[in-house]
Design a protein around this ligand. Structure first.
Ligand code: DC
Length: 215
């Protein structure tokens, strides 16, 4: 069984999806982490961002291991490294690359084939799992999302301002929505949940109620 959670950056998808998976006894797949891992590898190899073939080749040959809590690249734990401001800013190159996307879609289907999963991303309900049993679209206001992301970056020692985070977020939202293939869109059969003004615990509670009610 698959539960998909899509939505814009900072809506609280990762923590909600992770906690929901735990409550349901499902596995959890953070698909944004996959695009981030490709980006980190590309940064380390100092590839030219205009070289779409080089990015596609990285995606094709990626030595990636992804668990419910951690991401490993070539055996190295990169769980924190893929969350840096730099990686976040450059991930659009991987997300915009059609060959990379095709490979990620294939990988996401393979990784989830043998167990029940809560998956999280932008295109989970629309492209990767159009037949998922439960589809959720998580949203929140711009300021709320930027504030969350800002707190996250500051707590990890990054030097950023809230205004900078908000501006980058708006740019990223725009790109995520405009992307022709795999862009951020609410599937017709997704249930929209706003996380504005409610605690992470209440969000998970609400999601669990949705899944239970449908079941
Ligand atoms: O959810 P996130 O912030 O970790 O995602 C990082 C980037 O990857 C973001 O710019 C959107 C993109 N992404 C995507 O295009 N498709 C997905 N399924 C997941 C993330």
């Amino acid at each position: 069984m698959i539960v998909t959670i899509d939505g814009p950056a900072g809506a609280g998808k990762s923590s909600a999806a992770h906690s929901l998976a735990k409550r349901l006894g499902f596995r959890f797949l953070d698909t944004g982490a996959m695009y981030r891992a490709i980006t980190l590898e590309a940064m380390r190899r100092q590839i030219d961002w205009n070289d779409s073939g080089a990015l596609a080749s990285i995606a094709e040959n990626l030595d990636l291991r992804i668990t419910d809590d951690c991401v490993f690249l070539g055996g190295e734990d990169v769980t924190d490294a893929i969350r840096s401001f730099d990686v976040t800013t450059h991930t659009r190159h991987a997300a915009d690359n059609l060959a990379v996307r095709q490979r990620m879609v294939q990988l996401q289907r393979e990784l989830t084939a043998d167990a029940d999963f809560v998956t999280e991303g932008r295109d989970q309900a629309t492209v990767v799992f159009p037949d998922a049993e439960y589809k959720i679209y998580l949203t929140a206001g711009d300021e709320v999302r930027a504030q969350r992301r800002y707190q996250d970056l500051i707590s990890r020692g990054e030097q950023v301002t809230l205004a900078e985070v908000l501006q980058k977020q708006q740019e990223r939202d725009e790109r995520d929505r405009q992307r022709e293939i795999g862009g951020l869109r609410k599937a017709e059969d997704s249930i929209e949940v706003s996380t504005d003004g409610i605690s992470p615990e209440e969000v998970v509670q609400r999601l669990e109620e949705i899944v239970s009610a449908c079941r």
